[in-house]
Ligand binder design. Structure first.
Ligand code: C2E
Ligand code: MG
Ligand code: MG
Ligand code: MG
Length: 286
């Protein structure tokens, strides 16, 4: 074994580190293979208006692994993002979500639904990102104003000028933008006013302890007040209890996503949920 030579010297033969490195390399190879073998699927988590209407859904990737079953993105998105793999993976997600949008547009029961798609930093920073989105919209026929791209706060802030330029170009096509995990980065009012955003998505870490941890109550109230002044929509993610939803609604939140209202599910289950809701509404109306 080669011992560390100084503060910044790497220790290449640390066996523990070797294991971690080879596991990551293996995962990367598996992900590449999974992309080719079409083992990824999208689940959709519904998003609701305060009045109870389902307004859309967030597309969330899962890996349908032949032996391990359904694997959550937490287990592979990080590795994909650190490699180039996130680019083709992200593109597949965008295309598949837009194909779904186009399919829903042809059916009056679902044609109002928006679809939110997560975009990672490396994908967004590709020089042809805007062109790719435009191309996917054209090829699928999805209506751009029903597509919402979720960018994280840190992504948005990392290169504000590039962000403004790209969002600006896609906005002229009608595409909408939401800031995911809002409140976890270095929020700055200055950038919020410079960016043509549509929505802030309050991170679930603040929603979790609403009514329990005073600092989170204050943060959420502040985000809602700020969004109102900037005329941005707000959606809360990770809403699990009526108490959390009530708190949010009392302070002006209008859109909700979370296990209380619906978990991420395959398309067919989401459609069944909409149909049963419609049937109930029709029955009530008489
Ligand atoms: P995110 O975009 O912030 O998505 C929200 C996550 O919270 C999802 O986890 C969702 O299933 C989960 N969630 C929703 N409601 C609740 C709730 O009430 N309680 C709790 N505890 N959790 C809730 P998921 O699907 O495991 O995704 C995790 C993260 O992986 C996402 O966080 C997103 O950052 C990333 N991700 C997922 N799909 C994609 C994708 O297609 N592309 C990229 N780049 N990232 C993705
Ligand atoms: Mg998201
Ligand atoms: Mg989020
Ligand atoms: Mg989150």
């Amino acid at each position: 074994q080669v011992k560390s030579q100084g503060r910044n010297a790497l220790c290449f033969f640390d066996p523990q580190m070797q294991i971690v490195i080879s596991m990551r390399a293996q995962l990367e190879a598996d992900l590449q293979m999974a992309l080719t073998a079409r083992q990824f699927v999208l689940h959709y988590q519904p998003q609701f208006h305060l009045d109870g209407r389902m307004v859309g859904a967030e597309a969330l990737i899962r890996w349908q692994h032949p032996e391990r079953g359904l694997v959550a993105p937490g287990e592979f998105i990080g590795v994909a993002e650190e490699s180039e793999l996130i680019v083709p993976m992200g593109h597949w997600v965008l295309r598949t979500a837009c194909e779904q949008l186009a399919a829903w547009q042809g059916d009056e029961r679902y044609r109002h639904l928006q679809v939110s798609v997560n975009v990672s930093a490396r994908q967004f920073r590709q020089r042809d990102f805007v062109a790719r989105v435009v191309e996917v919209l054209r090829e699928t026929g999805a209506r751009p104003h029903l597509l919402k791209l979720e960018l994280t706060e840190s992504l948005v802030l990392d290169n504000v000028d590039d962000t403004i330029a790209k969002i600006g170009m896609l906005k002229t096509k009608g595409v909408r933008f939401s800031v995911d995990d809002f409140g976890t980065g270095y929020s700055s009012l200055a950038y919020l006013t410079r960016l043509p955003l549509d929505q802030l998505k309050i991170d679930q870490s603040f929603v979790r302890n609403l009514g329990v941890r005073h600092t989170d109550d204050v943060i959420v109230q502040t985000i809602l007040g700020m969004a109102r002044n900037l005329e941005l929509d707000v959606i809360a993610e990770g809403v699990e209890t009526e108490a959390q939803k009530d708190f949010l609604a009392r302070h002006g939140c209008v859109y909700f996503q979370g296990y209380l209202l619906g978990r991420p599910t395959p398309v067919a289950d989401l459609e069944a949920l909409i149909e049963s809701a419609t049937a109930t509404a029709t029955a009530v109306q008489g």
